[in-house]
Design a protein around this ligand. Structure first.
Ligand SMILES: [Fe+2]
Length: 236
C-alpha cells in the first residue's frame, strides 16, 4: 500500500480489502467512517492538468477488486457522456458543487433523463449501467473522490467502459478516462454513433461549449453551432 496516501484513503482501502461482499451501502458507510478530509486530498489535486484532458484524473490506488481516483474540476471541466462498464459498486464524494446529467437508452437512442447538482459533502452511490456526464459549471475549482469496485478482475486489460462523443458522432471504448474529445488524445477504435434525441444533444452542446471556448477550439465550436442551427443535419 502506498504509505504516502492520506490516512482517510488508507482507512477505506483497509476496510474494503477486509470485506468480502461489498455493496453500495457497505461502501457508503465505510466512506463516512473514514472521515474523508479535503485538506488531506488537496496535495493530490491536478488543478494544472493538461488542457486537452477535460478534467484532472489521478489514480490513487487500485487492486484487482477496486480502484480509488481523485478527480479535479476547474471551471468548465466536464467528462464526456460515459458509462461505468463492469463496475458493480461505487461512490463519488463531492468537495464542490458538481453538475451531473443522467441518461437512459430508449429504442436505441440516448436520452437525457435527469439533471442534478450534487453539493459539497454529498456521497453519491453508483454502478456500471449508469450512463452520465459530470463537471464543473461554476466559477471555482474543486475535487471529487471516486471509488469503483467489481467482482470482475479490474486489472484484466480489456475495454470496460463506453464513452459517447456526440460532437464527433462517435463512441469509443475506454479503460477509465472519459475525456471530452478523447478520440484526439487516446488511441481507440471509435464507431459511428448519432443516436441521441434532439433535447439531449442541445443540452450536451450547451454544457461542453465553454470547455471548447476556453481551449480555443473554434473548429469544434463551429461544428456544434452548425448542428444547433439546423439539428436535422446532425442525423444525416
Ligand atoms: Fe462517471
Amino acid at each position: 500500500m502506498n504509505s504516502q496516501l492520506p490516512d482517510c484513503v488508507i482507512k477505506i482501502i483497509r476496510e474494503l480489502s477486509n470485506t468480502t461482499d461489498v455493496t453500495n451501502e457497505i461502501l457508503t458507510e465505510a466512506v463516512e467512517r473514514a472521515g474523508i478530509s479535503e485538506d488531506a486530498l488537496l496535495p493530490f489535486g491536478m488543478f494544472d492538468h493538461p488542457a486537452r484532458e477535460s478534467y484532472g484524473r489521478r489514480l490513487l490506488y487500485e487492486n484487482d477488486k477496486f480502484s480509488i481516483l481523485l478527480m479535479t474540476w476547474n471551471p468548465d471541466d466536464f467528462t464526456a457522456i460515459h458509462n461505468h462498464g463492469v463496475t458493480e459498486w461505487g461512490a463519488v464524494c463531492f468537495f464542490g458543487e458538481a453538475v451531473n446529467r443522467l441518461y437512459e437508452t430508449r429504442e436505441g437512442k440516448v436520452q437525457l433523463s435527469r439533471k442534478d447538482v450534487f453539493e459539497r459533502g454529498k456521497i453519491i452511490p453508483m454502478h456500471g449501467e449508469l450512463t452520465h456526464m459530470m463537471g464543473n459549471g461554476g466559477k471555482t475549482g474543486f475535487l471529487t473522490l471516486h471509488i469503483y469496485g467489481s467482482g470482475t478482475n479490474l486489472n484484466i486489460p480489456y475495454i470496460r467502459e463506453t464513452v459517447f462523443l456526440p460532437e464527433h458522432k462517435l463512441l469509443t471504448g475506454t479503460n477509465g478516462p472519459a475525456f471530452l474529445n478523447m478520440t484526439e488524445i487516446i488511441e481507440g477504435d471509435p464507431e459511428f454513433f448519432n443516436g441521441y434525441t434532439e433535447d439531449t444533444l442541445l443540452d450536451y452542446f450547451n454544457l461542453i461549449k465553454p470547455y471548447y471556448s476556453k481551449n480555443k477550439r473554434d473548429d469544434l465550436l463551429e461544428k456544434i453551432s452548425g448542428f444547433e442551427k439546423n439539428i436535422d443535419t446532425y442525423y444525416r
